[in-house]
Design a binder for this molecule. Structure first.
Ligand SMILES: [Fe+2]
Ligand SMILES: [Fe+2]
Length: 370
């Protein structure tokens, strides 16, 4: 049997190759065919197909894996129910590799009942997904559609994501998740530099450690967003700018007077700086920056994400209990945020210092009814 491994591969990273190798071993696959997506119905792609194929070639090197360019040739959108029969005709006995998140969303795929009839589905759980939940869903999909669903017992995905790789390149960080060969293609083609200019500007505002923290917040924000699925651009920009005024003494116009001279000034000041100096007009982004320290009643998902990523990022945060908070945040934004907020709130209470009114509002909003 041959495994079909579809994806955007924008860019392909170490986990893709590792998964292909391990799944091939676990399910005795003859080989794995990488199928980079053309115009995927699920994502708007920015990197041209040929470049993604070049990166894939660099990533798989001399492994026995194969790249199939079928989706580049489809004029229509490449739905799986249309692609899989073509691949079956070409390769014979095939299985379709999908992530745990795709299995959970199987009912919303285009024509799931047809996909179920074409070939077995091999499911690669993500590290944070519950095996019980996946097994239950596999059973349901089998019963409802007659599909042959096999959930991997050995392989876990989700520790590396292409968005994190892209952000690392944009931020000028080391990129351990891709091979040197892939990185050369990225550099040569000048890929993923969308936020480079903004990052370089923010860097000039901050000392080294705070810059590392900022990079950590962007990466943690994207990791949380793997499940929260908010607008990636808003996640990146608000995380990148959240602490820009941490070390600046000037006070921007529009900052409430009762925060001047306090530790929470930088959040309000940062939102105004984002607006005035970085030209950010998106109110959701500005609010996420503004409330990243105090919280407020009616936190938006983006507010929560920035607040939470700020607390659990992996570059500089290592206080006691951070790992539990991090795991909770990667699993579920709402729950992760609640726990992070409560941990901060308890600390504030213990300190005996006055608590800003928005923070009390936030507490009441979250726990008032309990
Ligand atoms: Fe901050
Ligand atoms: Fe921060």
């Amino acid at each position: 049997m041959i495994g079909i491994f579809g994806g955007a591969f924008d860019p392909p990273h170490s986990e893709h190759v590792k998964i292909a190798r391990e799944i091939a071993a676990e399910f005795s696959l003859e080989k794995v065919v990488f199928l980079p997506s053309g115009n995927s119905p699920h994502k708007s792609l920015s990197t041209p197909f040929d470049l993604r194929v070049r990166m894939l070639e660099a990533a798989i090197g001399s492994t026995p894996f194969v790249i199939d360019r079928a989706e580049s040739e489809l004029s229509d959108r490449a739905y799986s129910y249309l692609m899989l029969p073509l691949l079956k005709e070409k390769y014979g006995d095939v299985a379709f590799l999908i992530g745990g998140d795709s299995l959970l969303a199987f009912d919303s795929w285009k024509k799931p009942e047809e996909i179920a009839k074409i070939c077995p589905l091999i499911v690669i759980p993500r590290a944070e997904e519950s095996m019980d939940e996946l097994r239950a869903k596999a059973k349901e999909v089998t019963e409802r559609y007659g599909a042959d669903v096999r959930v991997s017992e050995k392989v876990r995905g989700g520790a590396v994501s292409s968005s994190v790789v892209r952000a690392r390149v944009s931020l000028g960080m080391p990129v351990p998740e891709v091979s040197d060969e892939v990185l050369s293609v990225i550099r040569e083609a000048g890929l993923y530099l969308e936020y480079r200019e903004m990052a370089q500007r923010v860097k000039t505002y901050l000392p080294e450690k705070r810059w590392r923290h900022t990079c950590g917040v962007v990466l943690a924000g994207l990791r949380i967003n793997e499940r929260a699925r908010l607008d990636k651009h808003k996640v990146i920009v608000s995380c990148l700018l959240h602490d820009c005024m941490k070390y600046e003494e000037r006070v921007n116009e529009g900052v409430p007077s009762d925060v001047v001279g306090t530790k929470i000034l930088h959040a309000f000041n940062g939102a105004e700086e984002a607006r005035l100096a970085f030209g950010i007009t998106d109110l959701e982004i500005l609010d996420a920056i503004r409330y990243h320290t105090t919280g407020r009643a009616g936190m938006t998902p983006l507010d929560k994400l920035v607040y939470t990523a700020d607390m659990v990022e992996e570059e500089t945060r290592d206080f006691e209990g951070v790992e539990e908070l991090r795991a909770a945040a990667y699993l579920d934004l709402d729950e992760g945020f609640k726990r992070c907020f409560l941990a901060c709130y308890d600390q504030l209470l213990d300190s005996g210092k006055p608590i800003y009114h928005l923070t009390i509002d936030c507490y009441e909003d979250l726990f008032g009814g309990e």
